[in-house]
Design a protein around this ligand. Structure first.
Ligand code: PMM
Length: 258
């Protein structure tokens, strides 16, 4: 899943694809690089981000969804019902629902759904995230959300531990190491670590200032490989070409090669 953020303020690609033509061109580039699916979003969910008005979010995402849908499977990254509905009408076939509130939309439209774990809201989620047992709590929440989505009639459900959404670096690493358990629970798993700030912290090393997003590619690829070898079904990434290459090495069946 390649990322197209039609926003001025996303942490990595904010402002680059705010113009619909630039966003469409970028989406097509990701397809040429090997993306099976493109995730279009018009509201940044980075820590502290301000909410976007409905009309503005629709204006950002709909032309992009409509232009990309004939070429690639499109998912709509939103927390708003009206945005999800309008995007599905324009050809999106997966609702990437960070709020866990859009199962009814996906069910009514007969499209897929991603349920993602978040503690708090983007405005406050990184202030002081706390868990008793992060893995048990996140996996439990996802199991309940997936069951509720199936109950509502959604046939294709992905669960996503929500890396960076109300989690410390330690929480994120614990969730990444526990991916095999989440995969074993039975629902297909989606993971997004691409360029996220915990990578900048780990890569910089103890006591140093975190590396900026531009210097986190190695961390993105290492975690993509970890996730792929844990059996994850889908990776949400900015760097499609390098991720496809890195993951190809994990998935290549050894027996047939000389
Ligand atoms: N991360 C971001 C946005 N949307 N959706 C899902 N399902 N999982 C994620 O991890 C996720 C997401 C934040 O990254 P961005 O600002 O680069 O889009």
């Amino acid at each position: 899943m390649g990322v197209v953020n039609v926003t001025p303020d996303s942490f990595f690609d904010g402002g680059r694809y705010l113009d619909p033509d630039a966003a469409i061109a970028h989406g097509l580039e990701l397809v040429a690089e090997g993306a099976d699916l493109v995730d279009v979003g018009g509201e940044s969910t980075r820590p502290g981000a301000a909410p976007v008005a409905l009309g503005e979010e629709l204006r950002r995402v709909l032309p992009v969804v409509e232009a990309l849908a004939p070429h690639v499977r499109v998912s709509i990254d939103t927390t708003k019902r009206a945005v999800a509905e309008a995007a599905v009408e324009r050809g999106a076939t997966l609702v990437n629902d960070e709020s866990c509130t859009l199962a009814a939309v996906a069910s009514a439209a007969g499209v897929g759904l991603v349920v993602m774990h978040m503690q708090g809201t983007p405005r406050d989620m990184q202030r002081d995230p706390r868990y008793g047992d992060v893995v048990a709590e996140v996996h439990g929440t996802l199991a309940r959300a997936a069951a509720a989505a199936r109950e509502a009639g959604v046939e294709e459900v992905y669960v996503d531990p929500g890396i960076g959404f109300g989690k410390t670096t330690g929480h994120n690493l614990a969730l990444l190491r526990a991916l095999p358990e989440l995969v074993a629970a039975g629902e297909p798993v989606l993971v997004g670590t691409s360029r996220k700030s915990f990578l900048g912290r780990v890569l910089a090393g103890e006591g140093r200032s975190p590396l900026p997003p531009e210097e986190r590619l190695e961390g993105s690829l290492a975690t993509a490989v970890l996730a792929a070898s844990s059996g994850v079904a889908m990776l949400r990434v900015h760097d499609v070409r390098s991720t496809v290459q890195a993951v190809r090495l994990v998935g290549e069946p050894a027996g047939a090669l000389r």
